[in-house]
Design a protein around this ligand. Structure first.
Ligand code: AP5
Length: 212
């Protein structure tokens, strides 16, 4: 968990490689629907472009389908889910139906002031969802994804006015969910203003302790 631009997607991808965890990212799933021009994608885009949460009915359908599609014997790494108290309750239900539970909640903490710089210089691959930063984490070839060579794009919700709204929604709807998990003793916080590699080492240490 963590605010927009804290590095959730970047770290989820690194942990997928190190721990064979399967990322479940509603943001990526939604962008894939938008990219494919599906009716669900068209419904979701309006909310995403406004920096608001997409309705739970859409998110829960996507997450449940993804859990059914993925390999059940490997763990899941949720990125950007749950984002509200109602989603947290639904996640408990989805997991208990599959006899699974939450091992830990990793919180990437980053001040609002640092977020704009990160997001305005972010570029993403529309095909595989990998994200880059023009200064901190650039692609090997300018403008092209390292993995598949697709031309990188700027996300439509990485505009200054939308970033402000996304931050507001994070503080209002998602921060209380962090508190809910903190009371259960599940939260491990990391200073996400550190270098990507330093954050990666700390996330890996926490996951190693939680999972094994
Ligand atoms: P989503 O895609 O989940 O966006 P987000 O939570 O706002 O997070 P971001 O993807 O912007 O940031 P990130 O933390 O993954 O950072 P990243 O690793 O890319 O959601 C988008 C929208 O979808 C929502 O607004 C909503 O409309 C909808 N949605 C999604 N989930 C939903 C849900 N559960 N319910 C309802 N609606 C939902 O890194 C950012 C940049 O910084 C990159 O350029 C990266 O290279 C760079 N970077 C990363 N780490 C570092 C570092 N340590 N130092 C320097 N640069 C770094």
């Amino acid at each position: 968990m963590g605010p927009p631009g804290a590095g959730k997607g970047t770290q989820a991808q690194l942990m997928e490689e190190s721990f064979r965890l399967q990322p479940v990212s509603p943001g990526d799933l939604l962008r894939r629907e938008v990219h494919q021009g599906t009716s669900l994608g068209r419904q979701a885009q309006e909310f995403m472009d406004a920096g608001q949460l997409v309705p739970d009915s859409i998110i829960l359908r996507l997450v449940a389908a993804e859990l059914d599609r993925l390999e059940p014997s490997r763990g899941f790494l949720f990125d950007g889910f749950p984002r509200s108290s109602s989603q947290a309750a639904q996640l408990d239900k989805l997991l208990s139906e599959r006899s699974r539970g939450i091992a830990c909640v990793i919180l990437l903490e980053l001040e609002d002031a640092a977020i704009l710089g990160r997001l305005s210089l972010r570029r993403v691959c529309p095909a595989c969802a990998r994200s880059y930063h023009l200064e901190q984490n650039p692609p090997r070839v300018e403008g092209q994804c390292d993995d598949d060579g697709t031309s990188l794009i700027q996300r439509s919700d990485d505009r200054e006015e939308v970033i402000g709204k996304r931050l507001e929604v994070y503080h209002q709807s998602t921060a209380p969910v962090v508190e809910h998990y903190r009371q259960q003793g599940l939260v491990r916080a990391i200073d996400a203003s550190q270098a990507i590699e330093t954050v990666r080492e700390q996330v890996a240490e926490i996951l190693g302790a939680c999972l094994f």
